[in-house]
Design a protein around this ligand. Sequence first.
Ligand SMILES: Nc1nc2c(ncn2[C@@H]2O[C@H](COP(=O)(O)OP(=O)(O)OP(=O)(O)O)[C@@H](O)[C@H]2O)c(=O)[nH]1
Ligand SMILES: [Mg+2]
Length: 315
Amino acid sequence: MLEVIGKELEPFRQQASENFQQTLQALEKNINQHTTNVVSKAVLEIKNQQKEETHSVVLLGDTGVGKSTVARYLSGTLDTGNAENPFKVSHGETVLTNEVHRYTDNVFGGKLEEVKYVKLHIGDTPGLGGTAENIEGEKISDEEVLELIRGHINLHCKGETQGLSAFLLVLDNNADINAESLKLYINKFTAEDLAKNLILVLNRSKLKTMDDETLELFKGEFLEIIGDGRPLRPGTKELVGNIKAVHFNFSKSDNGSKDPCLPKDQEMLHEQLKELVKLIQEKGKHKYRCLKRPLNSSTSPDPCRGNGKKLTKKC
Ligand SMILES: Nc1nc2c(ncn2[C@@H]2O[C@H](COP(=O)(O)OP(=O)(O)OP(=O)(O)O)[C@@H](O)[C@H]2O)c(=O)[nH]1
Ligand SMILES: [Mg+2]
């Protein structure tokens, strides 16, 4: 009797055994996959920690071109309003960046895997064009703005970043290049030092086309300015020819705040950000430290810049 029952039950037993084997295999595969994921994530974390690096950058450009917006994007704070944000975005006529605002964080707040090990010490500066005011609300001249920027670089772009990796000059890609502002930056930082550490951020750009017209016009303008008989260090023109640009574009929040936000096509924007990080790393191999006296200011002695031969005082 028992034998008969055993035979009847055999197919069920076999089925149960097969099911059990399959479940076991699936479980094993899952565990392996999970372990691989955990291990590779941990390895990436360790690699990233080993590679962690910090770069100082300052944002330059005319009023309203989007410097503070770019600063928010770089630090991953686009979704935080003016009250809590280190970078104040201006709307309409009210200029809200009146001193150099600084903040350090991982690129895009560490939310972009490939570049999250890079930290940026960002200086968001008041725009040129005679529009900036000091915190008391009094107008400040472009020369005073430039002095604020230089003071910021000398005071805050040292320590672990060992100098400034890049000047990020923000231009509105739909507007003409302002030769007056460019002249002022060149006079302040010298043509060679500026060109050596300069990266253009072409804002309000069409990310689908990203044409190089503004970049080429900019180089032409730069060369025209420095070609007006100023003494130049050898290689300066080649440095200008090698200036690179990235294209950014932002949208406006539809919550009534008019604050900038990420555009629909974030992927293209993030690709440009990764490109910008690469350029900053490249520029960061030769930091700007405000050590040299500008060749074109022989009449104005500047204790920060020494006597043109040897550094005498620290900035
Ligand atoms: N449509 C559009 N608007 C932008 C873009 N970037 C910035 N804006 C807007 O332009 C205005 C000025 O932006 P800010 O980032 O404050 O410009 P800024 O250069 O820091 O200006 P100042 O600090 O006053 O010199 C804000 O209303 C932004 O929302 C962009 O790519 N597209
Ligand atoms: Mg601003």
